[in-house]
Design a protein around this ligand. Structure first.
Ligand SMILES: Nc1nc2c(ncn2[C@@H]2O[C@H](COP(=O)(O)OP(=O)(O)OP(=O)(O)O)[C@@H](O)[C@H]2O)c(=O)[nH]1
Ligand SMILES: [Mg+2]
Length: 333
């Protein structure tokens, strides 16, 4: 599980003040009180939005303030309530009060909302203070302050795409080229010891999350190499990108090894959408033709070079399209 954190300060709107006023009407020498109440302050509301994938924006903008209520007016007019401020957060965000750790919201579903700072009530105007003995009260209340607090946002990220490959296939290099993640890269197997996560921007369309896990080798499902413990990180991804070094002499058996390891861990992994990414094209002499369809079945495939950048934009587009397709089919079922 990958965790993203942010800390922000939220201030709800304060209520408007109540008003002191008296009726002024022709032929009525002493009009009664007519001061209206202040409007309520706006709340700060967190809403889960599936188009948001990270807490990144909250690292740049850390203060959020809802509108205050306006003051009450004469003729018993209540002030206008302040507009609530809606903060959009990724689905799966837990929000805690930073001071006491109390959970204020656990937003698990698209569109789910929670008030994380309540707006202050508007103050009462003088007409509310009328009593049988005091017909012309001059009392009024100021607006009540809105709640304010520092909150911690925590998101347990679930990757959309899992990068799977033998050690040294170029998984971490790819992640470092398409996202801001900076995993360790080196020319020896098992450089990556724990999963890395990167957020990939697909132009204006949106973002998705990619997980780079340690390399798999034959027997991984029995615990060889770094074993299978990391496969659980890709169990919940929607798409698997199988990376194959296109300079490998044994590409076909590399592919079968990977498929076999995935299947031995869980046959469900093979039911996921997948694609093949041939890596290190820049090192490949001459024209490279990839694996035959007979071997891979109808799996989309693409050749890239993380060094020259060739194919990277296309790869991002293709992954985005596969994810959209996956979203459509899963929302139908
Ligand atoms: N020429 C070239 N070298 C690459 C390319 N992609 C990766 N490499 C090199 O291949 C080696 C392994 O890259 P990594 O990204 O660490 O491979 P990995 O799949 O993450 O490896 P593990 O973490 O050990 O499983 C490094 O020396 C990279 O510089 C590429 O497109 N072209
Ligand atoms: Mg790596």
């Amino acid at each position: 599980m990958f965790i993203d954190h942010a800390k922000i300060y939220v201030v709800a709107g304060s209520g408007g003040a109540g008003c002191v006023a008296f009726r002024r009407e022709k032929y009525i020498p002493k009009g009664g009180p007519s001061g209206g109440d202040g409007g309520h302050g706006g709340d700060v509301i967190a809403r889960a939005d599936r188009h948001i994938h990270t807490l990144l924006d909250f690292k740049f903008e850390t203060r959020y303030k809802a509108e205050r209520g306006t003051h009450g007016m004469g003729s018993n007019m209540t002030g206008k309530s302040g507009e609530s401020l809606v903060i959009r957060v990724p689905v799966g965000t837990v929000i805690r009060d930073a001071e006491d750790g109390r959970v204020l919201a656990d937003l698990l579903q698209e569109g789910q909302e929670a008030v994380i700072a309540k707006g202050g009530r508007g103050g009462r105007g003088n007409s509310r203070f009328t009593t049988p003995t005091n017909r012309a009260p001059r009392e009024w209340e100021p607006g009540f302050p809105g709640e304010e607090r520092t909150v911690e946002l925590e998101l347990k990220l679930i990757a959309d795409v899992g990068l799977v490959g033998l050690p040294n296939a170029g998984k971490s290099t790819l992640l470092s080229r398409i996202s801001a993640a900076r995993p360790k890269i080196a020319d020896y197997p098992f450089t990556t010891l724990t999963p890395n996560l990167g957020i990939v921007r697909a132009g204006e369309k949106g973002t998705f999350v990619v997980a780079d896990i340690p390399g798999l080798i034959s027997g991984a499902h029995e615990g060889k190499g770094l074993g299978i413990q990391f496969l659980r990180h890709i169990e919940r991804t929607k798409v698997l990108a199988i990376l194959l070094d296109c300079n490998s002499e044994s590409m076909e058996s590399d592919y079968h090894t990977l498929i076999h390891e995935l299947e031995s861990y869980s046959p469900l992994l093979l039911q996921k959408k997948r694609m093949i990414v041939y890596t290190k094209k820049d090192l490949s002499p001459g024209k490279f033709s990839g694996l035959k369809k007979k071997v891979t079945g109808p799996v989309p495939a693409l050749t890239i070079s993380a060094v020259s950048g060739e194919g990277l934009d296309e790869l991002i587009r293709l992954l985005w399209d596969i994810l959209q397709e996956e979203e459509r089919t899963s929302s139908l079922s």
